[in-house]
Design a binder for this molecule. Structure first.
Ligand SMILES: CC(C)(COP(=O)(O)OP(=O)(O)OC[C@H]1O[C@@H](n2cnc3c(N)ncnc32)[C@H](O)[C@@H]1OP(=O)(O)O)[C@@H](O)C(=O)NCCC(=O)NCCS
Length: 177
């Protein structure tokens, strides 16, 4: 049985989400931001935008109630992008990775979009090329690579690496997911 729960994120979760992002950012090679770039206003901004225009899902340890995973995506702003959710970010506590938390919260985010947000036709994200675990995971969830942004990411320790834009498209009516 799973030792965590999955539910919609709330505004009151901001402090716990900030702490989670700092724990995840402390491990290089995952999130684009470093620990000192996880500001309160960064988290405040994405939680608000996701609550107002997008989707936000959290996972909690059943025993401690600590937030151990979070995923969100939100509208980009201009009306021409009203059918798109972007800026998708997922973070799972390093102590809870590889036990199914990421899959559970991502599956719930996509369920909500499929079933409750028929206005959304496209979901986009970007992953660094070396994050092979994340890219393989997104492909399993139906995301497709849409190109390769050469030298977009400055690597820790020098040099650059590519960023991979990926997207999920709502299948035309009548086709299965
Ligand atoms: C990427 C991340 C969100 C995945 O979450 P997770 O809870 O560790 O992943 P899960 O246990 O749910 O596994 C999901 C999939 O990831 C892959 N995966 C998991 N653990 C893996 C490992 N140790 N090695 C390779 N692939 C692995 C598998 O494809 C797995 O799918 P499967 O179970 O159907 O085989 C998480 O590791 C994380 O937060 N990493 C740091 C931040 C980050 O990289 N964010 C994404 C930036 S684009």
């Amino acid at each position: 049985m799973r030792n965590f729960s999955v539910s919609k994120g709330e505004y009151d979760d901001i402090e716990a989400i900030t702490a989670l992002y700092r724990r995840v950012a402390a491990v290089a090679g995952g999130l684009a931001r470093a620990v000192d770039e996880i500001h309160d206003d960064y988290v405040d901004n994405f939680v608000w935008k996701s609550l107002k225009t997008g989707v936000i899902v959290v996972a909690r340890d059943l025993k401690t109630k600590k937030i151990i995973g979070e995923i969100h995506a939100y509208a980009l702003g201009p009306r021409v992008f009203e059918h798109v959710l972007g800026e998708l970010t997922i973070a799972v506590d390093p102590d809870y990775q590889s036990i199914g938390v990421g899959k559970a919260i991502f599956t719930e985010l996509m369920r909500e979009i499929r079933e409750e947000r028929s206005d959304i036709l496209r979901v986009e994200l970007i992953a660094r090329e070396s994050n092979a675990k994340a890219i393989a995971f997104y492909e399993k969830l139906g995301f497709e690579r849409e190109g390769r942004m050469t030298n977009r990411i400055r690597s820790v320790g020098g040099g650059f690496e590519a960023d991979i834009p990926m997207a999920w498209h709502r299948p035309p009516v009548g086709e299965s997911f």
